[in-house]
Structures are given as C-alpha cells and as structure tokens.
Design a protein around this ligand. Structure first.
Ligand SMILES: Cc1ncc(COP(=O)(O)O)c(C=O)c1O
Length: 422
C-alpha cells in the first residue's frame, strides 16, 4: 500500500543485475569524478595499475571480517601486523612501539585521545579532575568529536601564528588536567606543519602525552622531505612524541577505510583497548572503535604499500610536488591572488588580495572545476595530484581569466559559507 510519498519501497522481486548497474551509473552521473582532471578537491591517485590491484585483492577478502582475525583469519591478523610494522619503520618508532590499523583518521585520533584519557585516569587512581586536550587552532574537528564523546574538555588556541600552531598560547593552556597536546603534520587547514619539536618539548616538560596528527601528511611528508622540500621533522624521531596517526587511505593510496595509530610505548595499548566479558558470549576485546570491520581496505593498503615501496611513493610524491609548485607559481603570478602561508601539504589555499576569493571559486565552479572554500582568510583550496599533470595549464588559464573578470567587475559572491565536510 502506498503512503503517498515517493520513498523507494523495499524491493519485492529481486532487481536484475544489469538494472542495478544501470541505476548506479545513472546516479553517479552527477558525482564529481574522484580522479577527474577537474576535481581539485581531496584526491589520492597513482595510476590504473594500482586501482586494478586494489580491486583484485579487495575481491579476494570481501567476505572476511577483521573482528574475527584473531580466530578465523590469521592472514588478516598478520597483514595488519605487517602494516603496523611498515608504518613504525617509516616513522622511526622505537623498538618497543606498537600500533593499530583503524578505519580512518577520525578513529585513529579518537583512540589516541581515549588512550591518553584512560592513562591519565589510571595515574590519578580515578580521582578528580576533568581531563583536557590542548589543541592548535587548526586541529582537525575529529579531536573535538573525540573529546565530546569521551567526556574530555578541549582548550583550543584562538588563532594561528604564521599559519601554524601558536606555541606560546598552547604552552599557556597546559594545566594539571591536561591529558594530551596535539600537533599536526600538517593540518588540513592551511596545510602547514606545526612546530612539532617545540610542541613535543613542552608536553615532555609536563610529562604529558603528545600526539602528532599526521593523518593527511603521514605518507606524503617523509617522501617530500627526502625530495628536498623544507619539511621539519615530525615523527617518532622527535623527542616527546608519544603517538602518531597516519592515514593509509590518503597518501598511502589505499581505498577508504584504513589508517594507522602508532604508539611509542606498547604498554599504552592497554589504555586504548576496550574489553568486556560480562554477557553470555564471553570476551569482546577490540583495539579500535568498530566491531565488525571490512578486510578489503586493510589488505588493499598492505598490497599498495608493498607494490609501491619507497621508490614508488617517492615517484608519485615527486610528480605531485611538480604539479603543486607549477600551480602555486601560476597563482602567485596572477594579479590579486596569493597562496596562504607556506604549505607543506600537497594542497594549498588561494586568497584574494582586493578581489573576492569566493567569487573566483564560483566562477571556476561554473567552468567545471571542483574546489572547496575555506576561511581565515576567505580562500579556496586547490588539491593537485597526478590527474592534474594534464590539466594544470588549463586550470591556471581559467583561473587567470576568472580572476581578471572578478577584479574588473568587482564581483562578490553572495554565498559566504565555507564547508569542509557535510
Ligand atoms: C590532519 C587530519 N586529521 C584527521 C583527519 C580525519 O581523517 P578521516 O576523514 O579519515 O577521518 C583528516 C582528514 O582529512 C586530516 O586531514
């Protein structure tokens, strides 16, 4: 019986496979192509061979649940352990380090906060104090979400200094209830690495947990650094770093659903894990937030990391940096436009000097370029990668043309919203 709405009904007869594929293709027609040459929103792409490898290995483990890796799927447990070891090696972790494969950056950051919270509570013997997290102004919203869910209060710096963490303000916010300080290498906003060495030293003086959020840059910065970019040290080689998050599903080039949370001290895993036994089926022990979890992103991440190796990551990073520098130089050459700060990330932000950056973004969007707006200052983000080796010239030509029109007409976009994710 119809309720008069257009709500799709639960299917009675099974829908033919061809129809499903046709419907999916029709629905996707309106999507921004993930690896499209005009998609300058976050994108992570090496080549068709890597995509084919991801498809092939994902299909082989589509039925496997990581939750049962310890009992049914020793191969998955081993693959996760190898992924962690490869990450620990890349980030210069000490011998006693440990780590966990998670579903993404938000979960990695969540688990770091949880571990710090529970360590803090254990140290205090459960007595008093409302745990606090000290954050830079650019710290990712996932820390606010974690704090919200974990009953932790955040103290966030009110501004950045030179588009990086305000070290002095953060130092002043550390108090007796601080469980953790966070620095980002780099943060999504501005893309400029925080002074990790200075922040970690402050945390070390207070004996508190220092976490490096390298979700976005973890598999980009080490290679950019090796290629001569002026990237400061940010990993376990810096004294005072207790944990580091690095997303496999970003510059690890794995499909979505895979990240690493690495801990300098294996003993801290106990504070990260969750265990429960008092129900009819016995022990439930997980190191992460999820229960059931797909094996495909994990096995794909392991496969891509091994297929590329250091040489492959260096190669794709070199190509990405070449596009980034070409685009940034092009932007700086356009009257009325500039690049925000000194981005260490692959992406950068374009601001308007005397012209409205949002109006420029609107003009580019009308020409089919997918960009994302940001704030402080009004700007838009450009995320170059391999797909833009072909389109960088066309982008810069469109950008120069749109900027000139905006400048001449004094156009201002009526829409002032900046959206990171919705
Ligand atoms: C610096 C940083 N931290 C955390 C995250 C959250 O990662 P995810 O979206 O995988 O949860 C991101 C995402 O872009 C990020 O750039």
């Amino acid at each position: 019986m119809s309720d008069g709405s257009n709500r799709p009904r639960f299917p009675g007869e099974g829908v033919p496979r061809e129809r499903i594929l046709a419907d999916l293709a029709a629905m996707q027609a309106g999507d921004v192509p993930a690896h499209g040459a005009r998609n300058l929103r976050p994108n992570y792409y090496v080549d068709g061979e890597i995509l084919a490898l991801i498809d092939e290995v994902s299909a082989k483990v589509a039925e496997q649940n990581v939750l049962y890796a310890g009992s049914s799927y020793p191969s998955i447990a081993r693959i996760e352990a190898e992924l962690v070891e490869m990450g620990l090696d890349l980030f210069g972790a000490p011998v006693d380090a440990a780590g966990t494969v998670t579903t993404g950056g938000s979960e990695s950051n969540f688990l770091a906060v949880k571990a710090a919270r529970d360590l803090f509570a254990a140290r205090r013997g459960g007595a008093g104090g409302k745990p606090e997290l000290v954050l830079a102004h650019t710290a990712h919203p996932s820390f606010e979400k974690a704090a919200h869910l974990l009953g932790v209060r955040t103290r966030r710096a009110r501004r950045s200094v030179g588009f990086a963490a305000d070290v002095e303000a953060m130092a002043a916010m550390v108090g007796p209830d601080t469980i953790m300080m966070v620095g980002s290498a780099p943060p999504a906003a501005y893309g400029q690495a925080d002074p990790i060495r200075e922040l970690a030293a402050i945390a070390a003086r207070h004996g508190i947990w220092f976490h490096v959020d390298s979700c976005m840059g973890g598999f980009f910065l080490p290679f950019a650094r090796e290629l001569g970019e002026p990237v400061p040290e940010f990993d376990f080689r810096v004294p005072g770093v207790w944990s580091l998050s690095a997303d496999l599903h970003k510059f690890g080039y794995a499909p979505k659903g895979a990240s690493l949370l690495l801990l300098a001290e294996r003993a801290h895993l106990a504070f990260q894990e969750y265990r429960f036994e008092d129900w009819p089926w016995g022990l439930y022990a997980t190191a992460g937030f999820a229960g059931s979890r797909p094996a495909a992103p994990v096995v794909a991440a392991w496969s891509v990391m091994r297929r590329l190796g250091r040489r492959g990551y260096l190669d794709v990073t070199r190509r990405t940096l070449a596009v980034k520098h070409r685009m940034m130089d092009g932007v700086r050459a356009i009257p009325g436009l500039g690049v925000v700060g000194r981005p260490d990330a692959a992406h950068f932000f374009v601001f308007g000097d005397g012209i409205d950056a949002y109006a420029v973004e609107e003009g580019l969007s009308a020409r089919g370029w997918a960009l994302a707006r940001a704030r402080l200052p009004d700007s838009f983000q450009v995320w170059p990668g391999i797909p833009h080796e072909q389109s960088a010239g066309e982008f810069l030509a469109d950008l120069a043309d749109v900027a000139a029109r905006v400048r001449e007409a004094g156009t201002r976009s009526a829409d002032r919203a900046a959206v990171y994710a919705r």
